[in-house]
Design a protein around this ligand. Structure first.
Ligand SMILES: [Zn+2]
Length: 428
């Protein structure tokens, strides 16, 4: 049992403008799950012994952040200079991913990556691994030891890349199926079929992946769509027989409800409508989109068209593992699209919103009774500029906006998994 008395904020419903906030709240956790949450006054009135609480009156407790799209082997190419998507893949990413064929290397990288994620307040992620089984095994083993709710998949790619990172339609399908059987639904882990994008998959590979999606309907599907104009033109030349980029997936049953498509920046009107009708999710990766010069995702227009949205770091195209920094970039991209991203919507998105978009909202993303107790604790005192600015915040939304605009991992003093600290700042 763990009792935390602090300022507590979450979104118990999908109405982002209706957060539930306790200025002096108590979060009770038992056996890794939320046992109760409410104002301290209610607990005191009921005779609860508040001396058993850890008391953090100036901190803010939020559900753990969820990163809906990231590449775990690409930590090593973050901040690589001077290229847009296709050159960036060839020059930096593909050589870096080739190293993940080695299990010992991949295991060390997975441990380091998960340490970093927890340091940044991210408790769940949707990870693209490399095309090597070892990279997936390494990540799942490390995530299982830490009891993380994590979804990951072996990248499928059988063409248009260096040999060292290519599979074949047959080996890719076989490895994916073996990994599904071993890892999907084991503890808190889940598997995602992960074709990199249709440019690096043959028609035969797309076909086999669609068959697996049908055969294993509870498995997730994640890929990329419409990131960069040169990429879209190239996809057209690689797969001239399809109507457009989305059709390369549709034609093979690769747009099941809930499938996750990174970017979706330059969709046509028809693609937008079809994505909405199919229940596909557009994953907004603002930091990556700015860094690689890919474009400004039309977040509001997609939402208005009925497309489900998620938000993500997309490291290593993204420049930070911090979902707070991701929100800062999201706000700026939306500004350039003449949409004001409200701080309540922003924090909803990286908690319950991403849980809902990825169909994990029955487990994580908020503090309803019975939910898994993954949470982060923010302490504004950790960053002098934030501490100074937040004193003048008029209300909760103003405070949150300061955190997402000026904050980063330095604000996180604790990240807990199933109620137990998995990261604690050494000098909060
Ligand atoms: Zn990506």
């Amino acid at each position: 049992m763990r009792a935390i008395r602090s300022r507590v904020l979450h979104w118990p419903t999908d109405q982002w403008h209706q957060p539930e906030y306790f200025e002096d709240g108590i979060l009770l956790i038992d056996a890794g799950k939320v046992l109760d949450l409410g104002p301290a006054a209610r607990f005191i009135a009921a005779g609860f012994d508040v001396s058993t609480c850890e008391h953090y009156p100036t901190r803010l407790v939020l559900p753990g952040f969820i990163d809906a799209h990231l590449h775990f082997p690409q930590v090593d190419v973050m901040a690589s200079f001077g290229a847009q998507l296709l050159d960036w893949l060839q020059d930096y990413t593909f050589p870096a991913e080739a190293r993940y064929s080695d299990l010992v290397f991949a295991e060390a990288a997975a441990e380091s990556f998960l340490d970093l994620q927890l340091r940044h307040g991210t408790t769940s992620g949707f990870a693209f691994c490399s095309s090597h089984r070892n990279s997936v095994e390494a990540l799942f083993q490390a995530a299982e030891r830490r009891q993380l709710r994590m979804v990951a998949g072996k990248v499928l790619m059988d063409q248009n890349a260096p040999q060292a990172i290519l599979d074949t339609a047959e080996s890719g399908a076989r490895d994916s199926e073996d990994l599904i059987k071993t890892w999907h639904g084991r503890g808190r882990l889940g598997y995602a079929l992960t074709p990199r994008f249709s440019g690096t998959s043959s028609k035969a590979q797309l076909e086999k992946t669609g068959q697996l999606a049908q055969q294993y309907p509870t498995v997730w599907l994640q890929t990329h769509l419409s990131e960069n104009l040169a990429e879209i033109a190239w996809i057209k030349s690689v797969h001239p027989e399809y109507r457009d980029y989305l059709h390369t997936y549709e034609a093979h049953g690769l747009v099941p409800k809930g499938s996750l498509f990174g970017h979706c920046i330059h969709l046509t009107e028809s693609e937008t409508k079809r994505l909405a009708d199919a229940g596909g999710v557009a994953v907004f990766c603002p930091s990556s989109n700015l860094f690689l010069g890919s474009g400004l995702m039309p977040f509001e227009a997609l939402q208005a068209a009925g497309v489900e949205l998620a938000i993500a770091s997309d490291i290593g195209g993204g420049t930070s593992l911090s979902m707070l920094k991701t929100l800062a970039d999201a706000y700026k991209v939306c500004q350039l699209r003449h949409y004001v991203l409200h701080p309540f919507e922003a924090f909803y998105r990286i908690t319950r919103g991403n849980a809902r978009a990825t169909a994990l909202d029955a487990f994580i993303g908020d503090f309803r009774v019975g939910q898994e107790a993954d949470f982060v604790m923010i302490d504004p005192a950790c960053v002098p500029l934030v501490a100074r600015r937040v004193k003048d915040a008029k209300d909760l939304q103003g405070e949150l906006f300061i955190y997402m605009t000026l904050g980063d991992e330095q604000l996180i003093v604790e990240t807990s998994i199933l109620g137990e600290p998995a990261y604690r700042a050494s000098n909060p």
